[in-house]
Design a protein around this ligand. Sequence first.
Ligand code: C2E
Ligand code: CA
Ligand code: CA
Length: 516
Amino acid sequence: MRNPFTSRAFSDAIILTAFCLCVLFFAVQNDAFEALVDYVADHEEYQLDELILALATAGIGSLIYAALRVVELARALNAKERAESDTAWLAEHDPLTHLHNRRGLDAAVAAMEANGTTGRYTVHSIDLDGFKKINDLLGHEAGDQALFEVARRLGGIYGSDALFRVGGDEFVVLQGSTDAQAAQAKASAAVAALSEPFALSGTTAEIGASIGIASVPKGKGGVRTALQHADAAMYVAKRGGRNQTVWFEPSMKDALRHRIELERDLRSALREHVVVPYFQPLVDLKSGKVHGFEALARWERNGEFLPAMEFIALAEETGLIVELTDQLLRRASIEAKSWPNHVNLAFNISPVQFRDPQLGLRIIQILGETGLPPHRLEIEITETALVQDLHQADITVSTLHAAGIRVALDDFGTGYSSLSQLSRFNFDKIKIDRSFVEGFETDERQAKIVRAVLGLGRGLGLTMTAEGIESESQLKALTELGCDVGQGFLFGRAMPADDARRLCALDTDTIRSLAG
Ligand code: C2E
Ligand code: CA
Ligand code: CA
């Protein structure tokens, strides 16, 4: 609120009042009013009494007008000041959750560092699990509701003064001193609170959290170190699966260094074209013949093969996936051209690439350059790829279809399988995830799911593939259920291009005897 006693209007009013008091003093001294009355009475013909009345009325009116303007002006000034302080508030707060934001955190760090050097800082770095899916599937409004509720639950545990929202679904807790046991208890309570279901937009959703914790002695730069350490620990927690709390250990710095080295090596592997496709057979369960091969990326580094998941994930995070996909598809297409005409190439596309509007055109261009007919290529995508951007996914799938390329839904059953997606995207093929094939002989529920999915696929006229067939009994059961295509170690692992070429001519029995 403004102080009215320091304003210009106040000083003007003082001068005016002083002037009036002077006039009053002079008038009293000289009996001015009586003189005026006499003068008016003596000169009735001037109509001075009416004139004085009019002046007095105008004076009172002006006084009222001035008072109203002054009130109005004060209101406007207050609103302006409120807006200014709102802007200052916004700079350091998150308007959705009302928590401090990253700038607020910087200010808190500076204040803490100026505030003594004994004891420890404890930092919790909290990252939500599964929040992105809520945004993608239920919309941003539900996402906002979820964040608001997350902030409320976390605030209940840590207190909202110590809690900062530093990114979309990232929170930080900064405490001047806490003992390790108390810090762990709070982190566990936070994980428990966030794994309770959330009621959003008329449905319930599950969120979880991964929490990294670090504690660092106070001193210059201490808070920053604690923040970095907690982040590194959070990364490890995230990799370990949902709802983990992990304390920072020095070895985590090594993990970070390892990642940097891996990225450097992947870049040079791409320059030297040493990441290559291997080929795993897809077998037609009715004829027993090889029906195609799925290209799977293989990278031999320092004498051993790195798990595909590991370097594909790194390539996705670093953006190298575009170049990697180009190289792999080019090589796989050239290879596939040497196979008999009925043997197709199945090729995986990462979810992150599916958001790229140029993807369809690039695939078509590579086919043009290598000469592999489009109808012999089948692109495998997962459900995650679709839900991240339904609109773009629609365009890409249509572009591929228009060019005559088939599209298969990979890992069916592990993501957000929804029937509307099945009809919306017009898939040519569904690949039932390995986890169902693994369990369906012993788990009645999984068996029911496999049977239902096969029935659904038949109804929609789709080719059904079962992944991860490892045993004769799985093969027998799936063949009896009418599954069209099989893939798995029983028929063979992913193999180098030369082996795949030789395999094309063989029937299943020979293939299986080779695989065994
Ligand atoms: P995916 O597309 O589901 O590929 C099948 C994975 O299951 C392969 O693992 C394959 O070796 C494995 N597999 C096949 N049959 C069996 C079986 O009978 N039992 C068991 N236990 N596993 C079996 P891989 O090669 O390690 O690849 C893992 C994932 O990495 C792939 O899953 C795919 O998502 C991704 N990936 C591999 N190559 C590429 C690629 O070139 N581009 C992209 N974007 N992703 C790729
Ligand atoms: Ca696949
Ligand atoms: Ca798969």
